[in-house]
Design a protein around this ligand. Structure first.
Ligand SMILES: [Zn+2]
Length: 184
C-alpha cells in the first residue's frame, strides 16, 4: 500500500499492540512504507519496541497535530531499520531507527503548507498542548522532521531556512544535531 493522505478505514493495518485503531489518522503501514526499502528489498518491519515508540509518536504528536491542522498530513518517512537508514543517508543515531521520528508534509503538498504546519506545531508547543524532542524545518520547507523520545522532551526547534535554533522552553546545554542531516 502506498502513502495515502486520505483518512480511510484500513482494518488491514492498525497500529497493533496499543489499540489506536480507528481513532488514529495514521497507520503502521504508512509509518514503515519506503520506496527505497522496496527497491532494495530491505525488510523494514519494525521490532516490537519500535512499534511501541511509533504508537507513542502518533498518540503524543501526530494525531494531535493532525486534528489541529485540519487537513491531511503525509508521513514521507517514519520507521527505518538500520539498513534502510543507511540507504537513505540518515545519520547513524537517527531517531527514525528507534521509531521515535517521522518526516511529514502538510496537505495540500506545498512548501507553503509545510511552513504553515511548522508554525502551527511551534504554536501548539507554546500553548503546552504538545511536547517533542526535536522539530526541524528542512531546507526549503520540503519536509518537517519531528521526534518524540520519552524522557528527552526538550522541545528543540530548528529552522534551517532561517538558521534559527530556537528552543521553545528548556534551552539545551549543548547543540544537538543528531538528526540535523536527516534525509529520506
Ligand atoms: Zn527525519
Amino acid at each position: 500500500m502506498k502513502h495515502s493522505i486520505q483518512k480511510t478505514t484500513r482494518p488491514e493495518s492498525p497500529l497493533y499492540g496499543r489499540g489506536l485503531g480507528e481513532a488514529s489518522y495514521f497507520t503502521l503501514t504508512e509509518l514503515t512504507a519506503s520506496a527505497t526499502a522496496e527497491r532494495l528489498a530491505i525488510d523494514n518491519t519494525p521490532p516490537r519496541a519500535a512499534r511501541t515508540m511509533l504508537t507513542i509518536l502518533v498518540e503524543q504528536l501526530l494525531d494531535p497535530i493532525r486534528r489541529r491542522y485540519g487537513s491531511p498530513i503525509l508521513v514521507t518517512s517514519g520507521y527505518r531499520c538500520p539498513a534502510l537508514n543507511s540507504a537513505v543517508g540518515g545519520v547513524p543515531h537517527s531517531h527514525h531507527i528507534v521509531g521515535c521520528a517521522a518526516d511529514i508534509v502538510g496537505g495540500p503538498r506545498s512548501t507553503e503548507a509545510n511552513r504553515h504546519l511548522f508554525l502551527l506545531i511551534v504554536q501548539m508547543q507554546r500553548e503546552d498542548r504538545i511536547r517533542f524532542t526535536q522539530l526541524i524545518a528542512e531546507q526549503g520547507y520540503r519536509w518537517l522532521h519531528i521526534s518524540y523520545v520519552p524522557g528527552m522532551l526538550r522541545n528543540q526547534v530548528i529552522d534551517v531556512n532561517t538558521n534559527d535554533d530556537v528552543n521553545v522552553k528548556n534551552k539545551p546545554t549543548s547543540t544537538l544535531k543528531m538528526d540535523y542531516q536527516d534525509s529520506g
